[in-house]
Write a protein that binds this ligand. Structure first.
Ligand code: AMP
Ligand code: GLY
Length: 429
């Protein structure tokens, strides 16, 4: 069968790579794909981004089903359009994708359904927002309501920073329509985890647990990014916490969406903040919902899947996720992002990648911001590659990933040297 993956990042390379392992798959098309998917076996890039053109291609090539990687096409209604054309596509509808595309929608939804999250207020008027911030004091978090490519959240440690963020978003229109409203919320403390599940409208199948590192610099310092590295499993998510997140967050979300007439299908990613305490009682609060898998969390998660992922998607598309299981490799996988010079501000592009580590069963370089140009792979975006390795321990997986990175070269490459540190046994970190 032929499949289509929509997107061009490391997440989509990893999804396409795993799907292409299935003996039943002839070709996985990736639209528009990147320099890595351009040269992978049984994967082909498709230079189409327009939804109606994609629909025409899917009909013509008799694509069995489509998986959507990023949030933008979901928020633009790609699922609604494919379904209206009678095509199978895995992802939430435009209305359901508001869980990610509007932070105000997500917050109000959580309040309606008693899903634990930080206290908040929403504003369109800058003066009202500033009054609220002065009343609450710092630290405080300011978020543009709409999609802002991971840049719309300011965790302000001072009052000045928070007030400045209001001017940036509501005053200067830095985020366009996405910044017409701001959510101001309580600053939470604790450790973050990425809890990702597959949903079919009724049933839920959890993916392996994962954590990412959002800050640019070692020791989780520096500006927020889309994610500089990730690993799976996440030791913090004990069986007790896993059950609690399902019971306190995932099931109420699924039931709430169904009750409101928007049954949720697709990947659902809850970013949760886990505060200190015994697992049975420590506070768990939702920081955000994403209506897709995480990038780079997907890369280590895909590496750990041993069963046939096409079958999981087929069951999901038939509303039978209750019959699905995924067989997980027990080893730990870790993905380290190599970013371009000047990421995240204004990443430099056009650097040739002159050296790659050789892919093996345990170590793969997934591409993100790359393109093939006249036989050479060149950088085209902020996050360039994600070197992903799997081994018996987090320490060994780190060693393998960093060894592969030492064999990878492009000018200006930046990466963190401590991905996975939180998962190291406490005597080592
Ligand atoms: P979001 O896109 O809403 O997840 O925000 C991006 C990142 O900002 C999160 O992954 C957290 O690291 C941080 N963040 C968001 N909301 C809060 C909060 N209420 N308290 C502390 N940190 C936060
Ligand atoms: N790695 C965080 C995200 O995909 O949103």
């Amino acid at each position: 069968m032929k499949l289509l993956v929509v997107g061009s990042g490391g997440r989509e390379h990893a999804l396409a790579w795993r799907l292409a392992q299935s003996a039943r798959v002839q070709t996985v098309y990736v639209a528009p794909g990147n320099g890595g998917t351009a040269r992978a076996e049984r994967i082909e890039n498709l230079a189409i981004t327009d939804i109606q053109e994609l629909i025409a291609f899917v009909k013509q090539e008799k694509i069995a089903f489509t998986v959507v990687g990023p949030e933008a096409p979901l928020a633009a209604g790609i699922v609604d359009a494919f379904r209206a054309a009678g095509l199978k596509i895995f992802g939430p509808t435009q209305a359901a994708a508001q869980l990610e595309s509007s932070k105000d929608y997500a917050k109000a939804f959580m309040v309606r359904h008693n899903i634990p999250t930080a206290a908040y207020a929403t504003f369109t008027d800058p003066e009202a927002a500033k009054d609220y911030i002065r009343q609450q004091g710092a630290p405080i978090v300011v978020k543009a309501d709409g999609l802002a490519a991971g840049k719309g959240v300011i965790v302000a440690t001072t009052l000045e920073e928070a007030l400045g963020a209001i001017d940036d978003i509501l005053g200067d229109g830095r985020f366009g329509a996405a910044g017409a409203r701001v959510v101001v919320e309580e600053c939470l403390t604790g450790e973050e985890a990425s809890f990702i599940v597959m949903c079919d409208g009724k049933n839920v199948l959890p993916m392996a647990t994962s954590q990412d590192h959002k800050r640019l610099k070692d020791g989780d310092q520096g500006p927020n990014t889309g994610g500089m590295g990730a690993y799976s499993p996440a030791p913090i998510v004990s069986p007790t916490l896993h059950n609690r997140i399902m019971r306190e967050v995932i099931h109420p979300t699924m039931q709430g969406m169904a009750k409101e007439g928007l049954p949720y299908s697709g990947f659902l990613y809850a970013g949760v903040m886990i505060d200190d305490g015994p697992d049975a009682t420590r506070p768990i609060k939702v920081l955000e919902f994403n209506c897709r898998m995480g990038d780079p969390e997907t890369q280590p998660i895909m590496m750990r899947i041993k069963s046939d992922l096409t079958e999981t998607f087929e069951l999901a598309l038939a509303g039978k996720l209750d019959e699905a299981t995924i067989e997980w490799d027990r080893r730990t996988a870790i993905g380290v992002v190599l970013a371009a010079a000047n990421y995240p501000e204004e990443p430099r592009t056009g650097d040739a990648i002159t050296q790659f580590a050789k892919d093996t069963d345990e170590c793969i370089t997934f591409h993100a911001g790359t393109q093939m140009k006249e036989g050479t792979v060149v950088t085209t975006g902020g996050r360039v590659l994600c070197v992903t390795a799997m081994a018996d321990s987090i320490r060994r997986a780190q060693e393998a990933a960093y060894e592969a990175i030492s064999q990878t070269h492009f000018d200006g490459k930046q990466f963190r040297t401590d991905i996975g540190w939180r998962a190291l046994p406490s005597s080592e970190s």
